[in-house]
Ligand binder design. Sequence first.
Ligand code: ZN
Length: 359
Amino acid sequence: MYMRPPSQILKDSIKGVASPMLDALGMFDRWIDQVRASSSVWTILMYHRVIDRPADDPFGLGMCVRLRRFEEQIAYLSRNFNLLSVRDAAACLERGEALPPGSLSVTFDDGYLDNLTLAQPVLERHGVPWTLFVATGGLQEGQSFWWDRVIRAFAATEATHFDPDALGEPLGLPRLPLAGSERKATLEAVLTALWDLPIEQAMVLVEAIEQQLVPNLPADRGPQAPRASWAQLRELCARGVEIGAHTVRHPNLNLQTPAAAAAEMQRSRRVLEEALQVPVVGFAYPGGRMSRSVVETARQCGFAYALSTVSCLNHLPSDLFALGRVGMPDAGVADFKRSLHGIAHRSAQRPVLTQPAPL
Ligand SMILES: [Zn+2]
């Protein structure tokens, strides 16, 4: 079983000390006060999972926030910002009205079970409205997302090397080591390579990777990433959570024809609307992959807005079909303030359509 290497633990510890020191000096608060006073900045945060077992996040790929830290983040946000769902904020802008000062929206992508069991009680306690973008493929059958199958195989394997030549389909990578800290780098290279392939080919390779690394692994072994069932999604709807579409198979939409991309968008929306009996007006691009053609497709599909994973604050007026989001770190409030500060200063010079963050 993979263990996080000492170098990564040391890096996390330094961040855990340096950011609170700078925060204690008021380094970030002066700037955040300006954001909180502004009606022309809309901050949208992106989460994927909240976890209470560190073993479920063996590689620290940036998708999981520990429950204790999540509680700290949400308590801080609810005290300091005007929180509203993406749907309500987008509707406000569509009507030509200004957003309240310090507007901030909380979003989750994909549709994990922990969004209901761990995140929702915290969000509800603090009165935070939020939006969940659900990928619908395999949900009925309880299948894991394709990247979680790869992560689990890499975490549990006893192999010393990963051999792409033995997969039967080209992945475009050489033979790579799995020892120590090299395992995470190899996993990241494999996930990136899979993102660069059409979804049909990627799914064949995911199956082959499992066969190579963990043939016969029992279902309850290795890190777990259960998804919310339809009944659990209905419960979230009943509690007032906004549900958005996130395609069926979670493909790289840039690699699909406009017709195929439109089918992924519309099918996931229709399935959600029929199963949950709620209107679905929002969309999030899987992995943030969004060419100009994909953005146009989302617009033509009749959504009210679409979110990317481009790491930036939204300086209004913004294109409602290319909104940026801040990926939330598995870190305390001081480090969150530091990363928000850094993102805002970087995004000031960045174009909207840039290379997005993974997943
Ligand atoms: Zn996603």
